[in-house]
Design a protein around this ligand. Structure first.
Ligand SMILES: [Zn+2]
Length: 648
């Protein structure tokens, strides 16, 4: 069911006007963003009104004289208010287009996202607005404000504001075409989920709770449906003894959004190449890395090669062990295929390290893990959580809304959890921003979208990798929350260099790997017995096996991401570059007929910069050294980390 949100208007006056009229900032605690959830039409009307307010503010900014624009506080306040409005509309629309269960609603959300983007693009290329921002005198302003202004002016140049009118018009047209391609790409993945049929006999080797759940759904001939969603895919690739089942599932899994996304991906690459050219860059990878720490595409290639070289020897050794293990069951085998890698890895972990990946599942029921994430992060960062008061507006009954409170019981943020798979929903795991927090104006809001096993349809037992994913996404959430109490939306929340963004999330993955931390919440779902310490220790040793191959797999993704964007679009052959990146990166043979790039969502959102995961991980490992692994729940270093890294 869907509930109505309180209105954003106060006494009939749009809130943004209140914001601008009031000399002292005022918090709007009742502001809730999902207004208009009753119907797609209502949502369109609400969001269009907000876009209209943003246009009015833009008109006001254009009307400021260049002399008056020198007053940086007033000019920037006006500009930042536009950023807040546009950001709220675009983010809410983007989220709902990815999660709403009703297709007409998702279509309305896409329409609004396109309208918000079009307005953003207009303002980003508007010389009148640029002149007013450039006229600001920031000499007496604080460092944050100066940083905001210099970053914004630089972005205007990069966007092409000083190009001739024809070029600006073309840039804007290409950006609109890009958003449309991006929406097509993501929609095709969400709708491209596949199903295969398996017999109950083929489920041999799988965790008992998983088989029991599937058995309930078997038809009269003992056949069950297997989807390409994570709750099926993860246990099957790791544990199903049937080679044929894993092979069929991998084929279906890599065929998601194929062939639909072949043309879309080519369009995305061509338009991005055109955009880069219009703005004076040799290719899109150079354009997009211009705003990151790494600086340019050549250095991404160099970084990727260096990481791959460091992992190479270990990965070859691991591959040799996998092949050797496989030969004991399959005499004369010469290769470990793509659908076999995880399976033989788990076999080696089980036999050499006495660790069975399925043995953790009974200790990891979804709700207990969720409480664990709340308690662990609550202890570390001195915060607490409670359900949003009243009837929070949600788009599906399984979605939860929570508030975050600080030590003084003040609400400092709000978030939604949309954690289980369903038709039409985003299929990976992600943190979606909803509102960038600005002190005195609006609280930070975000949503975590995941695809974990659902306690409503089974025992809801998680894989350990689901637990690290939960902590990972929660790391993004805490980052956006703690960075949501600054003076400006434009430099608030997660708005720093792209190649830092995955550092807070990847660092938080260290906590569940620690026995002391994991035992605070992992209890057997039937007996209540605590997770044995020695099981965690064996897991940590076993996990180390396969790490070389994991790194190379990450470099495969980084190389696909880079090579699709670091050359002229006409030279991009999707299949040939994918195969070349595979052959360069991995010892396993390439699987003919693999269409993985069509369902590789990061090729849209991350474009050329998938390398940022490894770059950020290096920073995460470095930051983690200030924590004491024997006392990971100590809030002292965590609070220092929050104050010095996350909040500013
Ligand atoms: Zn992440």
């Amino acid at each position: 069911h869907v509930l109505r949100a309180p209105s954003l208007s106060l006494g009939g006056m749009p809130w943004i006007q209140w914001l601008l009229l009031l000399s002292t900032p005022v918090l709007l605690p009742a502001m809730t963003f999902f207004e208009g959830l009753e119907t797609p039409g209502a949502f369109l009307a609400v969001q269009r009104q907000r876009l209209g307010e943003a246009e009015l503010l833009a008109d006001r900014l254009r009307a400021v004289s260049l002399q008056d624009a020198r007053d940086a506080r007033t000019t920037l306040k006006l500009y930042d208010s536009i950023i807040i409005l546009l950001g709220n509309v675009a983010r809410q629309a983007s989220l709902l287009s990815n999660v709403h269960p009703d297709a007409p609603y998702r279509a309305a959300a896409e329409e609004i996202e396109a309208a918000a983007d079009a307005l953003s693009d207009t303002l980003d290329l508007d010389p009148a607005i640029f002149q007013r921002l450039e006229a600001m005198d920031v000499g007496a302003e604080d460092a944050t404000t100066q940083h905001y202004v210099s970053k914004t002016l630089r972005a205007y140049h990069l966007n092409g504001v000083d190009r001739d009118p024809d070029t600006r018009a073309r840039v804007q047209a290409v950006r609109a075409e890009l958003l449309s391609a991006s929406q097509d790409f993501q929609r095709n993945i969400a709708q491209g989920q596949r199903e295969i049929t398996a017999t109950l006999e083929e489920l041999g080797g799988l965790p008992a709770d998983y088989v029991a759940q599937k058995r309930k759904t078997a038809d009269g001939r003992g056949r069950v449906t297997i989807t390409t969603r994570y709750p099926d895919v993860k246990p099957i690739f790791r544990s199903a003894d049937s080679d044929a089942l894993r092979q069929r599932l991998l084929q279906a899994y890599e065929d998601r959004a194929y062939p639909e996304n072949v043309d879309v991906l080519n369009r995305l690459i061509a338009k991005r190449y055109e955009l880069a050219g219009l703005l004076g860059f040799a290719n899109y990878a150079d354009y997009v890395t211009n705003r990151t720490m790494i600086g340019n595409a050549a250095r991404v290639a160099e970084f990727t090669d260096r990481i791959a070289a460091a992992a190479e020897a270990r990965a070859r050794r691991e591959y040799g062990q996998l092949l050797e293990r496989k030969r004991r069951d399959v005499p004369g085998a010469t290769t470990v295929n793509a659908w076999e890698g995880s399976y033989w890895t788990e076999k080696v972990r089980k036999e050499e390290y006495q660790f069975d990946v399925s043995s953790l599942r009974p200790y990891l029921p979804f709700r207990r893990v969720r409480e664990g994430v709340f308690n662990v992060t609550g202890t570390l960062f001195q915060i607490s959580f409670r359900p949003c008061p009243g009837a929070a507006p949600v788009w599906h009954p399984s979605v939860e809304c929570h508030e975050i409170l600080d030590r003084d019981q003040a609400v400092v943020g709000r978030f939604y959890l949309d954690m289980h798979p369903r038709d039409g929903k985003y299929t990976h795991a992600a943190h979606f921003g909803i509102a960038t927090g600005v002190r005195g104006v609006q609280l930070p809001e975000a949503c975590l979208v995941c695809n974990f096993p659902d306690p409503a349809t089974g025992d809801g037992l998680l894989e350990f990798s689901d637990v690290t994913t939960f902590f990972h996404e929660f790391g993004h959430l805490l980052h956006s929350t703690f960075a949501g109490d600054g003076p400006w939306a434009g430099v608030g929340g997660i708005s720093m260099e792209r190649d830092f963004v995955e550092a807070p999330s990847q660092m938080l993955e260290e906590w569940p790997r620690n026995a002391q931390v994991l035992q605070t919440f992992a209890r057997h779902h039937q007996t209540g017995a605590p997770l044995p310490t020695e099981l965690v220790e064996r897991m940590r040793q076993a996990e180390a096996f396969g790490r070389g191959l994991d790194v190379l797999r990450q470099m495969l993704y980084a190389r696909i991401s880079l090579t699709y964007y670091d050359r002229p679009a006409p030279q991009v052959d999707l299949d040939a570059l994918y195969r070349a990146a595979w052959t360069r990166s991995l010892p396993q043979p390439f699987r003919n007929g693999s269409h993985l790039p069509c369902a590789f969502g990061h090729l849209d959102g991350y474009s050329a910069v998938y390398y940022t995961y490894k770059w950020s991980e290096v920073i995460a490992k470095d930051m983690f050294t200030v924590f004491d692994e024997k006392n990971l729940l100590d809030p002292v270093p965590a609070m220092r980390y929050k104050a010095t890294v996350l909040a500013p």
